[in-house]
Design a protein around this ligand. Structure first.
Ligand code: ATP
Length: 874
């Protein structure tokens, strides 16, 4: 047992030096010995299993039966072609699925949490699966515990162990706890931290004692079944639509078969035709195409700094109409610089600070000591607010590492965005100094005196008003304001609750944090695309409003509200006012939940940003939770739908744009596939109804299905985005994929079917001999059906823009697919062996010209309709 051993024993057993950590060479040895720090996952399917899964489908069974029957009655070439279709279908299916899966796997890898470890004497951040037993691991609030740890050091560390023990209240941890007994339940092992639990408060250091499947969670979850890949609402809807269309197609085929029987047609041919048509008309490729398009979209988004953690998020993104954004770091650069101070009666530029004045000196030292960041010429780590304070110290030759050696930190209460304060206790010269820094309003509530004119005097109302006035002045200039206060206590052992109390006020500083340059443009884009931007910040109302005005988020004070005002509103009040509000200042994470609820109650689709542990609830209830990749905690990331790897507001806007485009592209593929299918059904159905010969043989139908359902449909799915997409209003979340498209889809289907029949009829009158004419007519119908569908794919690229406006060649994949399709079609007719197998013949040159003209008709008609659409919409 690790919890009942003493630390020396553990260090010896794991042979590690606590100061230096493990050495690089030792890590290699241990990696080989213990393997990666990962939980085993479900085994991946083999290629053979994937292929078999593709074949396990009712339609394929029917096709196999059809192939066998064809072979039995001597139609060997039909049987062979059906066989080839089955194989190609399976291969395409496997490729599509494994591509989609790979993309999703890559995604999962991207959101693997990182861990901070001490190796070769240095602190470094590594992927948590690289941890080996013996590693010294640093824990801070918001991080996942990456493996089982025996704690060496803790400062108010609390860990949420619900994933392991089911206990929902975070457990307080204490490295100093000793156990005599060796049978202590996991939940009580206070000197241990366990893999996949979450640090919610404080910080600590631990030594890795078990990794991977040897951890407690590894033992329980012997085999971690990865969560079932959830389908997106669109995928679910499409499944339903697919099923409906499938049944309808089947019904049409059966009716056709019955009519054929009544007309005493060749039963075998009718059987094959019906089956082929069923195979062609049932959009079985649709789900795979949608997954691929979504997965490719996800990849594209990663390149633009947004990691989408769940596929449904992509769709929701397209309908977001409110973006709630943090201020610091997301709208602003998070590069803070202290510019002003107020201390001992003087309100000046920071360079006027006078270290000869003991109060000035004490103020600056307090800001440096009550600080978790580190700062040197070469490297800075930590919270930018704190870095700014250290950098101000360095300018006056006050270095944290040096003064911290003399003023040793003995206790602390970490910063949290509810209290908006941070406190340390430092021992110096026989005394214990309590130093608190934080937001002025919170800090003043904890102060009872002020250090001025070399005296500590009672803090009266006038002083308070004066301080607030100066703080307001700073915040009107968009400065972030931070104050500090202190007191001396007799002993280190003071109740933690009584530390932030009766403090002596020292002074305040104001720091600038310029807005990010690109953000203003992004907000203007939002304004013109029906998306409202709302700023939610822990910062002061005036500071927040000043920046909001600069960025065109808000215009006047009535659009800003503070956390205290929010507290005085019930949900209904807020919901009544929420439409007018653009800035929520001095809010704590709980307020964020209230705000999201109010916005959602008004029917908005809300995206909300967050980074801290306490932001998780609001990220979860927002339609799109957005976590910060750089400053965000693992908890926030775990609760989010999207992670911004650059913490930048503009990335949210480009993700929304991408989301809209992806949705549109899926729509294009689906409508394209369906209009083609309708064309095929229509041509055959009409011919059979009127007692004509069937215009296409079964293998023609299967072939066309192979050519159009794959490459062109996929290429439409990855079409270039519409540059004007952000000029449109957001799509309603419950809007049907077929909105405004049913008539379009039917008409185009009917048009393609009619053209096919025209070609067939003309072909039938070519020769006196019926048989000769039939082959010729079928060839013409076959060519028209196939090529007109390929060309029709160009129509799908925009609802009202001309293909020449978009640029014919701007989707190279689509052009490539069309060319490949046409070349294959030509080779079928011109290569003798293929022509024999497919029962086609080459066309005379004038007939080629004629069919090509027929194939262009859908393009020409659609272009004409688009001209009217553009005129009309203007
Ligand atoms: P946003 O929510 O937009 O990121 P924010 O960073 O200002 O805004 P918080 O981090 O919750 O929000 O900070 C709220 C307030 O707490 C700040 O205005 C500041 O006064 C104070 N504060 C911020 N960081 C610290 C810190 N490290 N120590 C003490 N006080 C801090």
């Amino acid at each position: 047992m690790w919890f009942d051993k003493n630390l020396e024993e553990i260090f010896k057993e794991l042979s590690v030096d606590i100061v230096e950590g493990l050495s690089s060479s030792e890590i290699e040895v241990r990696k080989n010995k213990y393997g990666l720090n990962k939980l085993a996952t479900k085994k991946k399917k083999s290629i053979l299993q994937l292929i078999l899964a593709q074949l396990n489908d009712m339609l394929i069974y029917i096709l196999i039966v059809a192939a066998v029957i064809s072979a039995l009655i001597g139609e060997i070439s039909d049987a062979a072609i059906i066989g080839i279709v089955i194989i190609i279908n399976a291969i395409v299916g496997v490729i599509q699925e494994s591509k989609a899966e790979k993309a999703l796997d890559a995604l999962k890898k991207l959101s693997v949490p990182k861990a901070i470890v001490k190796r070769d004497g240095k602190l470094i951040e590594i992927e948590s699966y690289e941890i080996v037993p013996g590693d010294i691991v640093i824990i801070d609030a918001g991080r996942y515990i990456p493996c089982d740890l025996r704690l060496i050091e803790t400062a108010n560390l609390k860990i949420d162990e619900s994933s392991l023990t089911g206990e929902s209240v975070p457990v307080e941890k204490d490295a100093k706890t000793r156990f005599e007994s060796s049978s202590v339940p996991i939940g009580d092992q206070k000197n241990m931290a366990f893999m996949s639990t979450l640090a919610t408060y404080g910080r600590g250091v631990g030594i890795a004692v078990a990794t991977g499947m040897n951890t407690q969670i590894g033992k329980i979850a012997n085999m971690l079944n990865e969560e079932n890949d959830s389908k997106t609402p669109l995928q679910k809807k499409l499944d339903e639509t697919g099923r409906f269309l499938g049944f309808s197609a089947l019904a049409v085929c059966i009716i056709m078969f019955l009519i054929g029987m009544l007309q005493k047609r060749n039963l075998f041919e009718m059987f094959l035709t019906s089956i082929s048509l069923a195979v062609a008309a049932i959009p079985e490729g649709l789900p795979a195409i949608v997954t691929i398009v979504l997965a490719i979209g996800v990849q594209r988004m990663i390149k633009n700094n947004a990691i989408v953690r769940t596929l449904p998020a992509i769709e929701t993104l397209g309908s977001v109409n409110i973006i709630c954004s943090d201020k610091t770091g997301t709208l602003t650069q998070n590069k803070m610089t202290v510019t002003k101070f107020y201390c001992d009666g003087s309100f000046e530029e920071i360079n006027k600070l006078n270290l000869q004045n003991p109060i000035h000196k004490l103020m600056l030292e307090s800001f440096v000591l009550c600080n978790d960041a580190s700062y040197s010429q070469y490297k800075e780590t930590g919270d930018p607010t704190e870095i700014a304070l250290l950098s101000a110290g360095v300018k006056f030759n006050i270095f944290k590492e040096e003064i911290e050696k003399i003023h040793k930190r003995v206790d602390e209460i970490p910063f949290d965005s509810d209290r908006k304060l941070m406190t340390t206790v430092n021992y110096f010269d026989g005394k214990y100094y309590v130093i608190t820094k934080g937001a002025i309003d919170s800090l003043l509530n904890k102060c009872s005196s002020i250090y001025m004119n070399n005296k500590i005097i009672t803090l009266n109302d006038e002083d308070r008003n004066n301080i607030m006035e100066i703080s307001n002045k700073m915040s009107y200039e968009a400065l972030r304001v931070l104050g500090t206060a202190y007191k001396i206590i007799p002993s280190e052992h003071v109740e933690i609750d009584s530390l932030e109390k009766d403090l002596t006020f020292l002074g305040i500083v104001g720091m600038i944090d310029p807005p990010r340059e690109e953000v203003k443009d992004s907000i203007n884009i939002c304004n013109s695309s029906g998306i409202r931007t709302v700023m939610i910040t822990g910062d002061h109302k005036n500071t927040a409003l000043a920046i909001a005005k600069k960025l065109n988020i808000a215009e006047n004070e009535s659009q800003a509200i503070s956390g205290i005002e929010l507290d005085n509103m019930d949900d209904e009040d807020l919901s009544n006012r929420v439409d007018d509000l653009r800035v929520f200042a001095r809010v704590s994470p709980e307020h964020k939940v209230k705000i999201v609820k109010a916005l959602k109650s008004k029917g908005y689709i809300v995206s909300m940003t967050g980074d801290g542990v306490n932001d998780a609830p609001s990220l979860r209830i927002a339609d799109i939770g957005v976590a910060m990749g750089i400053t965000g905690t693992d908890v926030a990331k775990g609760a989010s739908d999207i992670i911004l790897t650059d913490d930048n507001f503009s990335t949210i806007v480009s993700a929304i744009k991408e989301g809209r485009n992806i949705y549109n592209n899926i729509k294009k593929s689906v409508i394209f596939l369906l209009s083609c299918n309708i064309g095929e059904i229509f041509a055959l159905f009409i011919a059979i109804l009127f007692g004509w010969s069937t215009p296409l043989s079964p293998i023609h139908i299967l072939w066309i299905n192979l050519i159009t359902d794959t490459l062109p449909a996929l290429s439409l799915g990855v079409d270039t985005g519409d540059p004007d997409i952000m000029k449109l209003k957001p799509r309603k979340s419950n809007e049907s994929l077929f909105k405004n498209s049913v008539v379009y889809l039917l008409l185009n289907g009917l048009l393609i079917g009619t053209l096919t029949l025209i070609a067939f009829t003309i072909g039938m009158n070519k020769f006196p001999d019926y048989k000769e004419s039939l082959i010729y007519a079928r060839t013409m119908a076959f060519v028209v059906l196939c090529i007109s569908q390929l060309i029709h794919s160009l129509n799908m690229r925009s609802e009202n823009k001309s293909i020449f406006q978009i640029g014919i060649f701007s989707n190279k994949y689509l052009i490539g697919s069309i060319i490949i399709g046409i070349l294959l079609q030509i080779s079928l007719l011109t290569i003798h062996t293929l022509a024999v197998i497919f029962k086609v013949t080459n066309l005379a040159i004038q007939d080629w010209i004629f069919v090509i003209l027929l194939c262009l008709i859908p393009l020409i008609l659609n272009e004409i309709i688009k001209i009217f659409k553009r005129k009309f919409s203007r």
